[in-house]
Design a protein around this ligand. Structure first.
Ligand code: UFG
Length: 338
């Protein structure tokens, strides 16, 4: 299939582009490179530098490249920033999604796979969280993604579009050959922050040790970025005509912040300096997915379900790319244990 991937130069988008091409699809990437990296884009894809705000550009590419399906990753993803600057989030995550949907309708492109988030659920009322859980996002980031989901659902019903919405839990890891990986600035996510601390010999902060969990720290469900990318390709191949399907993507295992630090220490082979800090506002104590629906409906299976493998791949990427895409060193890290 000929696929337009918005945000294909970003962390998850770039892994999806590679999987798509490996599966025989042809890919046009649309990315404004505000957060993404040109070097992350598979050289077999066509990269167009531009924004999903540009309706003319969208229509033109959909026609010129005879696009048959869209994967929409382009978005802002920082929960904290969304609280401080909601306008940016409503515009990019919701309004620009609407612009894309309208361009798709006018170009007759009816297939969509959409990048959503567990943040649409808000504070969990049941564990694990399945797709029937109430959507009650507690921050603008989650609300903008929920609004985009609602628009997609309505477009499916009204205009005969077929869409799959994937709600990600905590995505981590890198390609197993460490050629593409996570390079956010600023970096707020736990695993890359621990690995940066390991590399720079700096401190890891635990945000909150008084949660209602066995060791007092928050529990999250980590999924390997390559498994997530493969879920997108599977979803694309199994879109149901005129339907809007929603799937969680997680590993269905919860790890506390302390357990993740321990897993990282085992992989990097040294003890890290850990500081116990205050809670980060807005963090729910436990987020664990039920991914049963995507396993049963689409036959999705995680190739890398182990937290150890997720951390190993992330460490291989971070230790060989200390400056992210701006600088690579030829160091093959040893797998250690202390
Ligand atoms: N944490 C620390 N120290 C750090 C960084 C994070 O203790 O230096 C903690 C956080 O407080 C949280 C856990 O590690 O308890 C995981 O934090 P992340 O920032 O890695 O991930 P989140 O669970 O906050 O965010 C993820 C996605 C978001 C999505 C959210 C859904 O990255 O896009 O889940 O709730 F919105």
């Amino acid at each position: 299939m000929r696929v337009l991937v918005t945000g294909g130069a970003g962390y998850i988008g770039s892994h999806a582009v590679r999987e798509l091409i490996n599966e025989g699809h042809s890919v046009t990437v649309l990315d404004d490179l505000s957060k993404g990296h040109e070097e992350a884009v598979d050289p077999r894809a066509t990269l167009i530098r531009g924004s999903t705000a540009n309706a003319d550009l969208l229509r033109q590419r959909l026609h010129a490249d005879q696009i048959e399906a869209v994967m929409h990753f382009a978005a802002n993803i920082e929960v904290g920033e969304s609280v401080l600057d909601p306008a940016r989030y409503y515009r990019n995550n919701f309004v620009n999604t609407l612009t894309l949907l309208e361009a798709m309708v006018s170009a007759g492109v009816k297939r969509l796979v959409f990048s959503s988030t567990a943040a649409v659920y808000g504070n969990p009322e049941e564990r694990p969280i399945d797709e029937l859980h109430r959507s009650h996002p507690i921050n603008p980031y989650g609300r903008t993604k929920m609004m985009a989901e609602l628009a997609i659902e309505d477009f499916c019903h009204a205009y005969g579009m077929s869409a799959t919405i994937l709600r990600y839990f905590n995505v981590a890891g890198a390609s197993s050959d460490a050629t593409i990986g996570e390079d956010h600035e600023p970096e707020s996510h736990l695993i890359p922050r621990i690995l940066r601390a390991a590399r720079d010999d700096s401190e890891v902060k635990i945000f909150g040790t008084d949660y209602d969990t066995a060791d007092g720290t928050c529990i999250r469900d980590y999924v390997h970025v390559v498994d997530l990318a493969q879920a997108h390709v599977l979803a694309l191949g199994q879109l149901r005509e005129g339907a809007c399907q929603v799937y969680n993507i997680g590993s269905e295992n919860g790890f506390s912040v302390r357990e993740v630090i321990a897993a990282c220490q085992r992989v990097v082979g040294k003890k890290l300096k850990v500081i116990e800090d205050l809670r980060r506002p807005g963090d729910p104590s436990v987020l664990v997915a039920s991914s049963r629906r995507i396993r049963e409906d689409l036959g999705w299976r995680a190739r890398y379900p182990e937290i150890r493998t997720i951390v190993q791949h992330a460490w291989h990427w971070h230790s060989t790319h200390p400056l992210g895409y701006r600088g690579k060193i030829d160091l093959v890290p040893q797998e250690n244990s202390y």
